[in-house]
Design a protein around this ligand. Sequence first.
Ligand SMILES: [Zn+2]
Length: 304
Amino acid sequence: MRHPFFLYSTIAASLCTASPTIQQRQTSGDVVMSGLYSIQGCGTNASRIATILSSLSPFLQPAITDSEKTFTSGAYNTFFKDVQNAPFVRKILQNIAFGAPVLPGLAQPGFGKVTSPVIACIPDPPIVNPDPELVGLTPWVQAFAKQDCHDRGERVYGIFIGGTNIVALCPGWFTFNRPDEPKEKRPCIAVDRATNGFRGLGYPLAQNSRAWLLHELAHVYLVAATNKRVPYTEVYSINDCFELNAGSQKYMPNNYVYYTGSVFYTCTNFPTVSFRDRELSTSSSNATDDVVWVNGSLTVTDLP
Ligand SMILES: [Zn+2]
């Protein structure tokens, strides 16, 4: 993997007569479009990613429709609780389905323009000692994301680089080797009435390549929508997402994952929502272990 490193270093040298800011970083030739999304630096994996991206719109559409009837939706009431947040939730889902161009939240120099999300790939093994001044979007992402992707092992699936519209897929994302569950399999999560919670962690809905891509894209649009560092500690399991208060739920990527999956697979069993949940879990933390900032900007490194 060193060859691309030196290749891009050469490109960098030829361009850096201008100020060596992020604005000078141009895309490499490895760009594949999927609707409005672009897939960069993913080589032969690009077609797989494009297929999953194109499956997002039909996957999300039932939830977009469902979010208009929140008073009767068990899934909505479980994962977002407050009907007043439905327009916000719906807009996030519509943006993901469409790949809507948005201004990155807290845009960084060079990324302060409206773009659709970019999906970039992190190589395995990583570039050793990447040059942070590399020119080219993908090398820059690789240099930046190397540590976040690799140092925590295969459990890191994706990174949202805050202040940009870039999602980096780590090698761990490609370890999902089973296809996403077909609609007729209905991988709904069982409910334990005694504890008024779901059984297990929610993996059948959350641990697949489409769910994690959806998760990262939710980060993109949530930060763009709020243009602030959302003060929460990210949670992942289905019960953690269920138990959050409504104010936290609407900022939590996996709440979008569980909600859209529950609607798509027409799941019907949910714990009983208690309004006491509204009192839970608004963290005062302004960063979490899966949120990292590039020169003060945000990245989200996702662990299950
Ligand atoms: Zn996340």
